[in-house]
Ligand binder design. Structure first.
Ligand SMILES: *Cc1c(COP(=O)(O)O)cnc(C)c1O
Length: 373
């Protein structure tokens, strides 16, 4: 099936009672047993599993072309479950541009359990090879990265990791399975914040893991049940609904972002645009071998330093000044102040989640905001 068809079929559920075409939301936390103790519906208790989560998890596996899907209460809960696979004394390599809340998670929560992390620029393969230690157990990638849209050669890092028997994971939130399928590139674990493009409407928090290996799936499912960071049936229902239009939305997000990036790249008050769909992006060629389209996220650097970026931010009307990404509405954010004191992000950088408004309107808004710089 093509992605558009799969997104609709994988999330389709025909209720056997009413024959409703849209799935019902089943809020029940518990499920009846037969007199002999058997579970006719296959469900015991909703933390362990429930119909709405089962539908979502099956859809997640199908759209990532994977075997097992697991849904979590947030993207960060999904990353937590991955970290919980490991032990004291283990070492991780993570992309230097890793989602910064995940960095705090690993340092503040897993650091005291003696999990060590080294951050490395994954687009520099020699640096990755040089940073591998005898106790390195996980290499964690994010491509495109945040907020500089750096591209990692996923196949090359996987080849290196396999040589050292190291597990690999990709935070695929920004690309989505419509544009990039890391399991097909040999990666062991794919993670999403479904809060972003999969939900797609800025109204539900969620996370996901997709794996092929049966043992890994069993261990993650055990962690999911024992730590309980699971989404509610309604959360699952919203993400399931979002997935139905994901292929259409991603095509449009990407087409809009390409136009906005090209406009910005030609603008005299912008000195740098970070978007993997621009031919001068250092990861352009590699990205064409692993992403179907360059996606809906970009960042750019404005003349006039911090003040220049702040000025653009204060003048935009169509873009909403907010963090996060992946919704239908375009968002803009001045990253440096959001990331705090340890941030290495350029002070003149604005990050944009290009939404589904018309590209001409978005460009006109940026044009008038840049004119004031
Ligand atoms: C938002 C985000 C996360 C965290 O997900 P939550 O749903 O907010 O917990 C992780 N990785 C990336 C790339 C994100 O954009």
């Amino acid at each position: 099936m093509k992605p558009e068809t799969l997104a609709i079929r994988a999330t389709h559920y025909l209720d056997q009672n009413a024959h409703a075409v849209a799935p019902p939301i089943m809020l029940s936390t518990t499920f009846e047993r037969d007199p002999d103790g058997a579970l006719p519906g296959g469900f015991i208790y909703s933390r362990t599993d429930n119909p709405n989560r089962q539908l979502l998890e099956s859809a997640l596996a199908q759209i990532e072309a994977g075997k097992h899907g697991l849904a979590f209460a947030s993207g960060i809960a999904a990353i937590t479950a991955v970290a919980q696979l490991f032990q004291s004394g283990d070492h991780f390599l993570a992309e230097v541009g890793m989602y910064n809340v995940a960095k705090y998670l690993l340092e503040e929560i897993f650091g005291p359990f003696k999990i060590q992390v080294t951050y490395v620029d994954m687009s520099d393969l020699d640096a990755v090879a040089a940073t591998i230690q005898p106790n390195t157990r996980l290499i964690w990638l994010e491509s495109p990265s945040n907020p500089l849209l750096k591209i990692t050669d996923i196949r090359a890092v996987v080849a290196l990791a396999k040589k050292h028997q190291i597990l690999t994971g990709v935070d695929n939130t920004w690309a989505t399975p419509v544009l990039q399928q890391p399991l097909q590139l040999g990666v062991d674990i794919v993670q999403h914040s479904t809060t972003k493009y999969l939900g797609g409407h800025s109204d539900v928090l969620g996370g996901a893991l997709i794996v092929n290996d049966d043992d890994l799936a069993t261990r993650l499912r055990r962690i999911q049940n024992l730590t309980g960071a699971v989404p509610s049936p309604f959360d699952c229902w919203l993400v399931t609904r979002g997935i139905k239009t994901l292929p259409l939305r991603m095509r449009e997000h990407s087409a809009n972002a390409q136009k906005v990036a090209e406009f910005l790249a030609a603008h005299p008050k912008v000195h740098r645009v970070h978007y993997p769909g621009l031919a001068n992006h250092p990861g352009y060629a590699i990205n064409q071998t692993q992403m179907r389209l360059p996606g809906g996220m970009l960042s750019f650097q404005v003349n006039g330093g911090f003040a220049g970026a702040a000025q653009v931010l204060s003048k935009v009307q169509l873009f909403t000044r907010a963090t996060s990404l992946g919704g239908v509405e375009s968002l803009i954010e001045h990253r440096r102040p959001v990331e705090g004191a340890n941030s290495t992000t350029p002070e003149d950088l604005l990050r944009v989640s290009v939404g589904l408004e018309h590209a001409d309107d978005l460009i006109a808004d940026l044009e008038q905001a840049l004119a004031s710089v």
